[in-house]
Design a binder for this molecule. Structure first.
Ligand SMILES: [Fe+2]
Length: 169
């Protein structure tokens, strides 16, 4: 095996309309433009000072947009992307993000929730607990149906726990 991978560096997303994606990721989510090669229909955006965190590629003009599945990725009957999660460091910013979604008319595919026992998702009959880092999350989809999660407050894995029963160190 290889060693030294430190984190996921960036993601590449193929989109149906790069300008529409750019508008959404910049104006709603606050990403900053690094480069947009209009002739190549390729665009780099970033969160902070890393050159890019997301690359968008617009699919070829020859492909009919009508044939493309733009439903919620988490509900598509195929393999590949389920969702992409973005961490928000401050609770107040996470709360504000909820209001931003509402004021822009963006629908939650999963409304604000807690990934934990204390969420209220689990009834007495359904006590088996899968995952759940204690993070506060909500989910939306981008203009192409890619499911995006925004979370605050995920736990770390430092020992065996109910939420991390098989950790390797
Ligand atoms: Fe997630």
């Amino acid at each position: 095996m290889i060693a030294g991978i430190s984190r996921i560096g960036h993601i590449g997303i193929r989109v149906t309309n790069i300008k529409r994606s750019l508008d959404f990721y910049k104006n709603i989510l606050g990403f900053k433009l690094t480069a947009y090669w209009e002739d190549n229909k390729q665009c780099f955006v970033r969160i902070d000072d890393m050159h890019h965190d997301i690359v968008f590629f617009e699919i070829d003009e020859s492909i009919d947009r009508k044939d493309i599945d733009q439903t919620d990725t988490a509900k598509r009957p195929n393999t590949g992307l389920d969702h992409i999660a973005f961490e928000i460091k401050e609770r107040q910013d996470w709360l504000n993000a909820i209001e931003t979604m509402k004021s822009n008319g963006i629908k939650f595919v999963v409304p604000p929730c807690v990934h934990a026992y204390e969420s209220g998702f689990f009834t007495e009959d359904e006590a088996k607990f899968y995952g759940g880092a204690g993070s506060h999350s909500f989910y939306i989809t981008d203009p192409d149906g890619n499911r995006l999660e925004f979370f605050w407050g995920s736990m770390k894995v430092t020992k065996v726990s109910l939420a991390a029963p098989n950790p390797e160190f």
